[in-house]
Design a protein around this ligand. Structure first.
Ligand SMILES: C[S@@+](CC[C@H](N)C(=O)[O-])C[C@H]1O[C@@H](n2cnc3c(N)ncnc32)[C@H](O)[C@@H]1O
Length: 631
């Protein structure tokens, strides 16, 4: 029987474990000083903390609590499907969503929570008036509809980025904070987030990301080369105020600290012809890796490889010495054997901790990427990009960034999509390595400036440019030259007010209010509009295949192989109840779904005929479908 040691007798560190769990769930409630109970209360839905004085420590700015509240306030919007603007609507897994990313991220919370593996964003750098957002946390959808001309203003001022420089960081942080909180919820456990930024907001963004994702999940600040347009040559003699900025950053965070990045390699400028011998001992301290090698066992540190691998490398070198060293160099022998063999030797005068044991590194054409990415330029050069968009990111840069995630089937999200570079990069990378990554792009239909090149070319908004670019990129990849036959489609959705009218009584005319709420679905919306709102509310992926069947002249939709059925026709008469119910039952039997079936109807389709409604429910219930709901 094993004896109980003093250590065994200690109780588990329950408090430590609890704190670790809390930290994982709510990293932004922790700072260097420990847990902030006010923040935790707010994250758990207690909005009263908003009135209880200012924040005390950590990264703080006026309005931080409000900004967090924005993330917690549900959206009143929906995403309307636009098959006519899409490519390969029925089959594609890619989405292009037109709208304010704050609202869109809220709407995606149910369907995409823990599903996105890589988020890349290139937010406005806050160089002046370069961002459009809402700081009205009570109704940011309303703001969106007004600022995109979908609703009339009531005369009140619409918030914009124009403000005195003093509030610039504050406003930028308040814009970014709720979006990052919402984005984090969408990340899978092996997810990562990459954010482009320059000197203007680098320090704010670093601290904000530490807050949102947890400092322990910070991976790297990559530096990427910026093309310097006008060197300060003419002023150089008088001395320079500051040097031209030659690079910008990409901040890399993971959702969890266990995530392993893809070890990317790149081609060396000069390929060495000779290999090199290096010390086989390392200072890292693993006692199990301190075994005997060529008569020496280290007392501290460790060997680099397992004993098995090291023994094989010793044998390889002996074979070379005995049979080949008089005929060829070690490099030639290594090449002849497919550049795979490892070698270990012991030099005679080996002393100290490493006993003179060395391992050989072959002459490689490539080298491991570090955080210095100045071999890649940050922006796409104009001649390679034929659409009127200022400074799109270099597609090769984004391709390499996406490649940092090991999963070749990763779902990627860019919610500051701009011209759609990330969607393009995802398709290119798939074409290169056979991956099946999909991309969700979100872009505001920001009007293009009057007299701009984009306007002259007929693009009324930036999202029009993005869609045109993604289409073009897909066509290029499909062209015979590249011959890619992967997914180059995308489903377009547009942010709009929910199909379900909000209960908003006009107290001066209650009768009219009541009458207008008899039909609580917004007029003019299609069955597909309702269907996709239903999917969002039920947490179903928007790229899910949807099957349809006509029964008694009504369209029935089946989603998830019979887990969800919907008949959203505006009218179901008494004589149509039975055939529709029978049609659904027959289809459900054929599909034989693994989970419970849910069926949805449009409430007003029953024309206030409670008997018809009860009949529909009764027929379905008698046959085992108990989840029947109306919208
Ligand atoms: C710096 S650009 C991104 C450029 C992009 N990486 C490319 O390569 O084309 C930022 C984009 O975010 C968009 N944007 C700004 N605020 C937004 C918001 N609230 N929702 C969605 N998009 C927004 C802007 O219209 C702009 O196109």
């Amino acid at each position: 029987m094993k004896n109980i040691t003093t250590k065994d007798g200690q109780s588990a560190d329950l408090i430590g474990e609890n704190i670790a769990h809390m930290k994982q769930l709510f990293p932004d409630a922790f700072s260097e000083n420990g847990l902030d109970f006010d923040v935790l209360r707010q994250l758990l839905g207690d909005a009263s903390v908003l009135d209880e004085g200012e924040e005390k420590y950590g990264l703080n700015w006026h309005g931080k609590k409000k900004a967090r509240q924005i993330a917690l306030t549900p959206s009143m919007g929906t995403l309307l499907p636009c098959p006519e603007e899409s490519v390969d609507w029925d089959t594609t897994q890619n989405l292009f969503i037109e709208g304010d990313n704050l609202e869109v991220l809220k709407l995606l919370q149910k369907s995409y929570a823990n599903k996105v593996k890589l988020i890349y964003i290139d937010p406005p750098y806050n160089t002046g008036n370069d961002f459009v957002y809402s700081d009205d946390y009570k109704d940011s959808l309303e703001h969106y509809l007004i600022s995109t001309g979908q609703k009339k203003r009531d005369g009140s001022k619409v918030s914009s980025s124009q403000d005195s420089a003093g509030r610039r960081h504050t406003k930028w942080l308040s814009m970014m904070f709720p979006r990052l909180i919402l984005a984090k919820n969408l990340l899978s456990q092996d997810g990562m987030v990459l954010v482009s930024i320059d000197d203007n907001e680098y320090s704010q963004l670093k601290r904000l990301c530490d807050d949102v994702f947890g400092e322990e999940n910070f991976r790297n600040s990559l530096i990427v080369r910026r093309r310097v347009k006008s060197l300060n040559v003419q002023f150089a003699e008088e001395g320079l105020h500051s040097l031209n900025v030659g690079f910008e950053y990409v901040l890399v965070y993971s959702k969890n600290k266990d995530l392993l990045l893809n070890p990317l390699r790149f081609k060396k400028k000069e390929v060495p012809t000779k290999g090199s011998w290096n010390v086989f001992w390392s200072g890292a301290d693993r006692p199990t890796m301190r075994y005997e090698i060529l008569g020496f066992t280290p007392e501290t540190g460790q060997w680099r490889w397992s004993k098995e691998k090291a023994d094989e490398a010793i044998r390889n070198y002996q074979t070379y010495l005995e049979g080949f060293s008089n005929k060829m160099s070690l490099e030639e022998y290594w090449k002849q054997n497919g550049e795979k063999l490892k070698f270990i030797r012991k030099i005679e005068d080996g002393k100290g901790k490493n006993g003179g044991v060395q391992y050989w590194i072959g002459p490689s054409e490539t080298t491991l990427r570090t955080s210095n990415w100045t071999d890649i330029e940050v922006s796409q050069i104009r001649k390679d990009f034929d659409l009127p968009f200022e400074n799109p990111k270099n597609v090769s840069l984004i391709e390499t960034l996406v490649d940092l995630h090991i999963d070749k089937d990763a779902l990627v999200l860019d919610f500051f999509a701009g011209s759609g570079t990330t969607a393009d990069a995802v398709m290119r990378l798939n074409a290169r390595d056979g991956g099946k990554r999909a991309c969700i792009s979100v872009q505001l239909p920001e009007p293009t400036p009057e007299k701009s090149e984009a306007k002259k070319a007929g693009f009324l908004s930036i999202s029009e440019i993005s869609k045109a670019r993604i289409k073009l990129a897909g066509r290029r990849l499909n062209s015979s030259e590249v011959g890619f036959n992967g997914d180059t489609g995308f489903k377009v959705f547009k942010l709009a007010e929910s199909n379900i009218r909000a209960w908003n009584p006009d107290r001066t005319d209650l009768e009219e209010t009541l009458l207008s709420h008899q039909e609580h679905l917004i007029e003019g919306r299609t069955e597909q509009d309702l269907l996709y709102e239903l999917l969002l509310k039920r947490g179903v992926d928007l790229a899910v295949p949807i099957e349809t069947r006509e029964v008694a002249g009504k369209t029935i939709y089946s989603i998830g192989a019979g887990v969800l059925f919907a008949c959203l026709d505006p009218s179901l008469n008494t004589d149509e109840i039975e055939p529709v119910a029978e049609g659904i039952l027959a289809w459900q039997k054929e599909l034989d779904p693994e989970a419970d079936t849910h069926v949805f109807f449009r409430d007003s389709a029953f024309h206030d005929d409670n008997v018809a409604k009860t009949n529909m429910v009764a027929i379905l219930e008698q046959n085992g479908i108990t989840h029947v709901r109306s919208l």
